[in-house]
Design a protein around this ligand. Structure first.
Ligand code: SF4
Length: 324
């Protein structure tokens, strides 16, 4: 199962079901669709930088120029004609790609050099035996995790960095800390179990973060308890909540959903619909009964330690006496 499918299951079981059944709103693709642009940026980075993992190591002194040029060439190759002279193309060529090249140059100039520790781009979550990694979530049902890490690298002996490229905004740190954006935590767990193209680092020695492509900024999402000194070497802001805590939260959420499935309480979780659901037009969130849904929300809030009630658009419709 992919990390993004697991994220949907943790956030709302109904969204997970839409995803598994392939049910989507009918939308014609458009050139300015943020998902289309996001996929395109990923493809440009992969096309330009993946060759660096197969022996064509850039010369360190010319690193920034060579990497920028590779990104610009790939942009011209992949950008559809109508976008070739759009502000997006100018921004990428003149701002975003030089910034990404400088950031990569900075990352690769510390610790292990690119030559001895090649970076991995769009690397598969798979064990050294080329199988999906079974991530131990400490419940009856572990998961065989599939997916790709956007960027992974050994940044110092025994220390690893996992990065998710984001087009223009990065996940909210509250959601990340609550386990509601579990992708990087799951990849770190897989990495700790020898799961990213045969490489892996202990949780304590892993730093995970998001790189905002359009603004050219990197932010640590969290790091393992042994990684603070390494993060400071790079002048990255260290987070208080550690990777080990967040992976524990993700495991608890998975336990909660697993228990709901096996006890027949698999239902919509409306606690955060407005924050991140693009399936609102499809959803029959009026079913099942209110009390069941509210009970589920209450359990999730308790687990996440959220004091204030989360917005519930249907709260006013609850008949008196049914509130559990
Ligand atoms: S609208 Fe809310 S309840 Fe429905 S699928 Fe989305 S998150 Fe789940």
């Amino acid at each position: 199962m992919s990390a993004s499918a697991l994220k949907l299951l943790i956030q709302c079981p109904y969204r997970f079901i839409w995803h598994r059944l392939g049910v989507k709103s009918v939308e014609l693709p458009t050139l300015d669709d943020p998902r289309f642009i996001g996929n395109l940026l990923h493809k440009i980075i992969e096309g330009a930088l993946r060759p660096l993992t197969s022996g064509r190591t850039p010369v360190q002194e010319r690193f920034i120029t060579d990497v920028t040029q590779a990104l610009v060439n790939e942009t011209h190759r992949l950008l559809p004609g109508p976008l070739a002279h759009a502000p997006l193309a100018l921004h990428l060529v003149n701002y975003a790609w030089p910034k990404l090249a400088r950031w990569l140059g900075d990352v690769t100039s510390h610790g292990e050099s690119w030559r001895t520790a090649p970076a991995l781009f769009e690397s598969l979550i798979r064990s050294s035996r080329s199988r999906p990694v079974t991530v131990d979530l400490e419940v009856q049902a572990n998961i065989a995790l599939t997916g790709k890490v956007d960027f992974a690298m050994t940044i110092a002996p025994q220390f690893g960095l996992l990065v998710d490229w984001k087009k223009s905004s990065i996940p909210n740190s509250k959601d990340f800390n609550r386990g509601l954006e579990p992708q990087l935590a799951l990849y770190a767990l897989a990495g700790a179990q020898d799961g990213i193209d045969g490489t892996g680092w202990s949780l304590a020695n892993t730093i995970v973060g998001h790189y905002n492509i359009l603004s050219g900024e990197f932010a640590i999402a969290t790091s393992g308890s042994g990684s603070d000194a390494i993060a400071k070497q790079f002048k990255w802001t260290v987070r208080r909540k550690k990777l080990e805590d967040i992976t524990t939260t993700v495991k608890s959420l998975w336990n909660l959903r697993h228990e709901e499935v096996v006890t027949g309480r698999f239902a919509a979780d409306t606690s955060q619909c407005e924050d991140f659901c693009s399936d609102q037009d499809l959803c029959r969130k009026g079913s099942p009964e209110h009390h069941q849904r509210l009970d589920q929300q209450k359990r999730l809030k308790k687990l996440l330690g959220i004091d204030k009630p989360l917005p519930d658009s249907n709260a006013e419709k609850i008949p008196e006496g049914q509130d559990p």
